[in-house]
Structure formats: structure tokens, C-alpha cells
Write a protein that binds this ligand. Structure first.
Ligand SMILES: Cc1ncc(COP(=O)(O)O)c(C=O)c1O
Ligand SMILES: N[C@@H](CCOP(=O)(O)O)C(=O)O
Length: 471
């Protein structure tokens, strides 16, 4: 199965090639030319199966034979054996028709581990088959970085450079990146916001000579394989709640739009999802866009859910491509307008198509804290601020349709954000045993300005040094 770019001007690639490419050469994002579909009987059959076995079927269908099935089975088995819960992504009931899907039982306590633990193995496998090396560059608002570093640390074929916004991630998030002592890992604090970090990463990919010389690859959700791996938990959660015999809705705390897009992909693959409710924090660009049809950037404000302090929501481009019935010229025009003027307008037809599946609500700081406090008091369940936004969005969805179960994605463990959680609930969550001494570990990171040239020189020098030390 070939994968095409949202901007229509890059070579079509197989699953394995799209996995290694990350961003398309025309600046667009890859998507499969056609998505596989599961029948109602197949979806019903997912209920009660181990997570890894559903992952084999869903990721297997998306990889379409490009990764040999016994190798895929082994990699999936290893990836999810690293999770601390036997169900991998368990469902917990919080109220009438209200569920939390706990996606934070992986090594770095956020939903990013679900895809990243598999992605690390997939990339290493494909690079080994080809006898190649890669330089991974990634941007993080806090969670992707730690998850990527955990998944790629110590791999011989990969150097990994993670850019995070200086002073804008939690202490736990920063330390998960800066305390890993592996020669192939480079944590870089950038003087700027997450959007600056993400723009730098995209600029590196769009500098083709640099990209080719270093064999750049990406692990942000611009990489299609990340989305493919995240589709799985929509199937496991919905089938556990009675799909396909009844619809299930999802509420998703959203920043870069990768997680909620994975839900929309699951729907296109046959899963009868009711509504996809986007919850944003006070950086509410997506909520404003769904309401007005105008995507308009404003300054980013720092919130208690820092991983969602985002204005440029990369994966929204994939949805725009679909909502414009795969008209890549239209997507190019919108993205050009965003670059030139910080805004674009979505025409009535595509906007109606987006609204047919998605709702969006912005949850401010007070409401986020109130949700953490209320869920702790009423259900004895401790939410992190991101997951609280999901639960609050789920409550809004239930007001509109109380009969359809809503699954709120629990995207991070509360112990990643102990100060915000304690302030809202009075309870200070403890880190799990494997991270108990995180705050005492030695940190290594470099501070760079928001400057593409300086970043390129830094990456080239570090990558060269690691390779000559290894030779
Ligand atoms: C804990 C947490 N929740 C939610 C999000 C938002 O997810 P997405 O960027 O896929 O929309 C992020 C960052 O991606 C995150 O780290
Ligand atoms: N919230 C993310 C931002 C990057 O998202 P990604 O899903 O595109 O990797 C983070 O925690 O880094």
C-alpha cells in the first residue's frame, strides 16, 4: 500500500519508507492511499483479546505486508511487555457512561509510549534490514521527547536529537529527557516555545541537503507510523464497550492533533465511533477553528497542561486534506496562508465535513483544576491536567448525548505533574518505583537559541562525534 503526501508533490512511499521518512519532502504529511477496513464481525472479535493481538491485526493491516508478520508480532510483543499493566491500556469507569482509557502505563508515563515503544523497534528493524543509520530529530512539549528517548536510547543505528522549549515543560518531563546517559541521545533546550521547536524540526526536513546528509527521520506524529500505532487503542476500548453493536464516543485532550486523528482513522477503518470530542486548554486554536472556520494563531500561554501548549497543530493538516476530499492544492494554499499570515479560512463544505465527526471545547485553567478536584472527591480517581481536560470534554459530550458511552483518553500519569495535581486535589502523586530517584539523577542537556543554522551545526558535529567514537 502506498502512502501519499497531503501536499501532493512528494514521492508516494511504502509503509516502511514512510516510517523512515517522517515528513514528506514537499513539507506535507503522509497518509495511506486507501485505508483497510474491518468488518463488524472482526471488530466484535477484538473484545477480550490481549492488546498485543489486536495491535497485530490493526497495525498489520496498516503496514499491509511491508513488515514481515512474524517480525511484527515479536516487536509488538516486546513493545507492550514493557507496560506495567497487564491490559496495557485499561479502561476505568468514572461515572454513568463515562470511562477513562489509561494510556500511561508505559515506561515514561504518557500515551506517547504506546506508539513510541513500537516505533523504536520498527525503525531499528527496517534500518538493520537495509544496513542504514538515521538521525532522528523531534520536537516536544514534554512527553514525546521522554518517550522517544526511552524507546531509542542505546540503539546503534540511530542518533536522536530532541528539542524542548526551555522552561516550559514540567521538572519530571525535563528530567526524563536529560537524565538518560546514552551516547546516542541529545536533549536540547531551545529558547522558544514548542511551536518554535516544531518549526525548527520541519525546517531541518525541508533543508534537503542537510536532510539527506544526516539521513533525517522523525518520530513526532508527523510520522504516519505513530498514528498507525495509536489507532489500536480506539479499537480495544470501543470493542470492550460493545462495539460494533453500539457506538462509542471519545474525548481527547488535544494539542498536535495526532491522538484524535488516530480516532478518526479508526472510524474510517470501520469502527462505529459516535463523536470525537476535542478538548483544548486555554490555547484554544482548535476550538475556535471548529466554531468559526478560521484557524488563527495567537500567542501561546503557559498552562498546567504544558504538553498541549501548542498553536500549530500539525496533524490538522491530515484532516484538512481529507475534508478537502484529498485536494492537495487546496491544502498547499491553506498552509501557505498559515505561514504568511498566521491564519487560514476553511470553506463551508470542508468545515461541515469536519463538524460531522468532531466537536471541540476549550477548558480553562480553573475548570481543569476543578475537574481534577471533583473527580478525586467524587470518584477517588486522580487525573493529571491533560486527562482532566479529556474528562471535562467527555462530560460536555454526555450532556449532548447521555446514551452513548464516552471514553476520555487518560494521556498522562498524574505524577508527571505533581504540583498542579496537588494544588487541585490536595494529593501529591508519587512516581512509580522505576522513576523514584528521577529527581536525584544527573542532567545533561544543551541550550540553543531558536536558530536553524546553529542547530544544524550542533547536530552535524554531535552526530559526527558519536559515529567516529563508535567506529
Ligand atoms: C499528556 C498529553 N496529553 C495530550 C496531548 C495532546 O496530544 P496530541 O498532540 O496528539 O493532540 C499531549 C501531547 O501531544 C500530551 O503529552
Ligand atoms: N504534546 C507533544 C507535542 C508533540 O506531539 P507529537 O504527538 O506530534 O509528537 C509532546 O508531549 O511532546
Amino acid at each position: 500500500m502506498l502512502h501519499i503526501s497531503t501536499r501532493g508533490d512528494a514521492p508516494s512511499l511504502s509503509f516502511a519508507d514512510a516510517l523512515l521518512a517522517g515528513l514528506a519532502r514537499d513539507g506535507g504529511l503522509y497518509l495511506p492511499k486507501a485505508l483497510p477496513r474491518f468488518s463488524a464481525a472482526e471488530i466484535a472479535g477484538f473484545a477480550g483479546k490481549p492488546y498485543a493481538s489486536v495491535a497485530e491485526q490493526v497495525v498489520g493491516a496498516l503496514a499491509d505486508g511491508d513488515i514481515e508478520s512474524s517480525a511484527l508480532k515479536t516487536m509488538i510483543g516486546e513493545a507492550y511487555a514493557s507496560f506495567r499493566h497487564p491490559a496495557v491500556c485499561p479502561l476505568v469507569q468514572l461515572g454513568d457512561n463515562l470511562f477513562s482509557l489509561e494510556l500511561f502505563h508505559g515506561p515514561t508515563l504518557a500515551f506517547k509510549d504506546v506508539a513510541m515503544q513500537l516505533l523504536g523497534r520498527l525503525m531499528d528493524h527496517v534500518l538493520a534490514q537495509r544496513g542504514e543509520r538515521a538521525t532522528i530529530v523531534g520536537a516536544t512539549s514534554g512527553d514525546t521527547g521522554g518517550a522517544a528517548i526511552d524507546a531509542f536510547k542505546g540503539l546503534e543505528r540511530v542518533d536522536i536529537f530532541i528539542l524542548y522549549p526551555e522552561g516550559r515543560v514540567s521538572d519530571v518531563q525535563r528530567r526524563q529527557m536529560t537524565t538518560v546517559d546514552a551516547a546516542n541521545v541529545h536533549a536540547i533546550a531551545i529558547e522558544g516555545t514548542f511551536d518554535d521547536c516544531q518549526n525548527l524540526v520541519k525546517a531541518l526536513f525541508n533543508h534537503h541537503r542537510f536532510r539527506d546528509e544526516l539521513r533525517l527521520s522523525g518520530v513526532n506524529s508527523i510520522n504516519w507510523a505513530r498514528i498507525a500505532a495509536q489507532v489500536v487503542y480506539y479499537f480495544t476500548a470501543a470493542s470492550a464497550l460493545g462495539s460494533p453493536h453500539r457506538p462509542v464516543s471519545f474525548a481527547v485532550p488535544t494539542g498536535n492533533f495526532g491522538d484524535v486523528l488516530a480516532g478518526w482513522i479508526a472510524k474510517q477503518m470501520g469502527l462505529p465511533i459516535g463523536r470525537l470530542a476535542i478538548g483544548t486548554n486555554s490555547n484554544d486554536i482548535l476550538a475556535r477553528t471548529l466554531e468559526t472556520g478560521v484557524y488563527e494563531m495567537r500567542g501561546v500561554s503557559a498552562t498546567s497542561s504544558p504538553s498541549m501548549d501548542i498553536q500549530i497543530s500539525s496533524n490538522f493538516e491530515r484532516l484538512l486534506f481529507e475534508a478537502h476530499e484529498r485536494d492537495s492544492a487546496a491544502v498547499r494554499r491553506l498552509m501557505q496562508s498559515l505561514q504568511q499570515s498566521g491564519r487560514f479560512e476553511i470553506a463551508a463544505g470542508p468545515l461541515a465535513r469536519i463538524r460531522a465527526d468532531f466537536d471541540a471545547v476549550a477548558i480553562d485553567e480553573a475548570a481543569t483544576a476543578a475537574e481534577i478536584g471533583a473527580t478525586w472527591r467524587d470518584a477517588g480517581y486522580l487525573l493529571d491536567p491533560h486527562s482532566a481536560i479529556g474528562v471535562r470534554a467527555a462530560r460536555e459530550a454526555l450532556k449532548a448525548d447521555p446514551a452513548t458511552p464516552v471514553v476520555a483518553l487518560g494521556t498522562a500519569h498524574p505524577a508527571k505533574f505533581p504540583d498542579a495535581v496537588e494544588a487541585a486535589s490536595g494529593v501529591r502523586p508519587a512516581l512509580p518505583a522505576h522513576l523514584a530517584d528521577l529527581m536525584e539523577r544527573k542532567e545533561h542537556s544543551s541550550l540553543l537559541p531558536n536558530d536553524q543554522g546553529k542547530l544544524e551545526r550542533f547536530i552535524a558535529e554531535r552526530a559526527r562525534a558519536v559515529r567516529s567514537a563508535a567506529a
